[in-house]
Write a protein that binds this ligand. Structure first.
Ligand SMILES: Cc1cc2nc3c(=O)[nH]c(=O)nc-3n(C[C@H](O)[C@H](O)[C@H](O)COP(=O)(O)OP(=O)(O)OC[C@H]3O[C@@H](n4cnc5c(N)ncnc54)[C@H](O)[C@@H]3O)c2cc1C
Length: 488
């Protein structure tokens, strides 16, 4: 069996996206004597924060009492049929202006208006407000965050894969004890007094996706394995995009004269008249909406999806082309409290792998906001906890590390480093529709892939995908619509 070395830190941050870097910054600022390390796969800009296909990001910033009230009401309204914790939404609104001010001070490249002030844009699902501010140069943003962290004394362990989060289940209550890492120098068992998981979202599990490179999408599996509670883990944002270019395609285009979906035999199918009336509302948000009336328009396109996960569109101006509903970001994750703490002691979560501040649908720009608000809070609280929390006993940490080694050695083949996407193109439409028997079959097929997975990475990815299909089956999220389809 492989050998491993040992390391100890006070605060271990897993992931170097906007959430992880903000957490590490806050942890060192809160306690300049604490040893704070960031472990991440990438060696440079990675993940949805710093390597996404759009090369820009919007942040939603309510800045007055009225705007904060409106923001909170909108987020809670959009949350159905998912779960949102009003206390977390209030925190998001309350801290927004201060976190945005820091991003400006950090020198992020915000688009400016004619007066040189950050320009204000409408957000998805909130088209009447203009509270989104947009920054470009994501690689430059990464460099600025990283140098801020390094100036504060944060250590970076790059090119490092988080294999597992170690949990001391003998403690009462159980608590996170550290992590097992695969570093360029070999396997390392890290003991940490507090951990911040900032491993990003699960959208990379879908074959058709627009996520940033450098994130395998397995955060939810790593978190669920610790016993931490997850919320909304089956809710995603999907963007219709041209395949294979991944360029955004507005579904409301179907209401234009002559634009049609091509059925399996190549015959054009026009958008039915009752769905045309939904096009104006559909145009107010790029991602599909869960539980919103205009989702019927998306279901019309999905009903014509082929086994390769694409639907062919015919447009008199643009010709014929395939589109696919591409996974963009998850809206759920580890349930946290206002300090960023999960339901497991010693474990905090922030960013796309944390949940409860958005529901089934998410206001545009609210995820970047969440990375900053809960990243800062989690980092600060983790540093405070680390000042008093013990390290796990060395013998126990070794035993926990041995369990991971056993799993590695039990795999038929070694991990190749390639991202595994268990939600294959043929399962796309079924998982998206979340409909009865098809979903059960998809769940069963992913379960079989888990059992027969040749590598540990493939097993972990299947485990993460099963959390998605398991959630949808439990929640029967689209049950009324599914019933209608089954009946029709
Ligand atoms: C194209 C696109 C456009 C978007 N636009 C917007 C927008 O305008 N506004 C908005 O609010 N949101 C937007 N989002 C969503 C938003 O960008 C992300 O949700 C957010 O950046 C996630 O930040 P994060 O720090 O949580 O995760 P990420 O930025 O994804 O970072 C995850 C980190 O964890 C590391 N990691 C993951 N797994 C492992 C592992 N096993 N071992 C080691 N390291 C690991 C990764 O390498 C990375 O460093 C967009 C997303 C996409 C894809």
């Amino acid at each position: 069996m492989d050998e491993f070395t040992r390391r100890d830190v006070d605060v271990l941050v897993l992931g170097a996206g906007l959430a992880g870097l903000r957490a590490a910054w806050a942890a060192r600022q809160a306690d300049p004597r604490a040893r704070v390390a960031v472990a991440c796969l990438g060696r440079g800009p990675a993940g949805s924060s710093f390597a996404n296909a759009n090369a820009m990001l919007g942040i939603h910033v309510p800045a007055t009492d009225r705007e904060r009230e409106d923001f909170t009401a909108q987020v809670l309204r959009l949350a159905a049929p998912g779960f949102a914790d009003p206390a977390l939404v209030a925190v998001l609104a309350q801290d927004a202006a201060a976190r945005f001010a820091e991003l400006r001070d950090l020198g992020l490249a915000f688009r400016a208006d004619a007066d040189g002030q950050p320009a204000r844009f409408p957000s998805c699902f909130s088209h009447r407000t203009r509270l989104a501010l947009v920054f470009t140069d994501l690689a430059g943003a990464y460099a600025r965050f990283r140098s801020r962290c390094e100036a504060l004394g944060v250590e970076f362990w790059t090119g490092t894969e988080v294999l597992d989060i170690l949990v001391d289940n003998l403690a009462s209550p159980a608590r996170a004890a550290g992590a097992m890492l695969r570093t360029p120098e070999g396997l390392v068992a890290v003991r940490a007094r507090a951990i911040v998981a900032a491993l990003g979202g699960p959208a990379a599990l879908f074959a058709r996706q627009v996520t940033g490179a450098g994130n395998p999408g397995t955060a939810h599996a790593l978190l669920a394995r610790t016993g931490a509670e997850l919320v909304n883990e089956g809710y995603f944002q999907f963007l219709w995009s041209r395949h294979p270019e991944r360029a955004f395609w507005p579904a409301e285009d179907l209401a234009r004269d002559g634009v049609a979906v091509l059925d399996e035999d190549g015959f054009p199918q026009d958008l039915p008249a009752d769905l045309r009336a939904l096009a104006a509302e559909r145009a107010t948000h790029c991602p599909m909406g869960h539980g919103l009336p205009d989702a019927a328009l998306d279901r019309f396109v999905l009903a014509h999806t082929r086994p390769d996960g694409t639907t062919r569109i015919s447009d008199p101006e643009r010709g014929e082309f395939p589109v696919a509903a591409m996974a963009h970001a998850g809206n759920g994750g580890a349930r946290i409290d206002a300090s960023g703490k999960t339901t497991l002691d010693g474990l905090y979560a922030a960013g796309e792998c944390a949940g409860g501040m958005h529901g089934a649908n998410r206001l545009g720009g609210a995820m970047v906001l969440a990375t900053q608000v809960f990243g800062a809070r989690a980092g600060r609280a983790a540093a405070r906890e680390a000042a008093v929390a013990p390290l796990a006993e060395p013998g126990l940490a070794d035993e926990l590390a041995q369990d991971v080694l056993l799993e590695l050695s039990a795999a038929l083949e070694p991990d190749s480093g390639e991202v595994v996407r268990p939600i294959t193109p043929d399962l796309h439409a079924t998982v998206l529709l979340g409909s009865g028997p098809g979903l059960d079959t998809a769940h069963a097929r992913i379960s079989a892939r888990m059992v027969f997975a040749p590598t540990r990475a493939a097993r972990l990815a299947a485990q993460a995908a099963l959390l998605v299909t398991g959630f949808l089956r439990r929640a029967r999220v689209y049950a009324p619509e599914a019933d209608q389809q089954a009946a029709g």
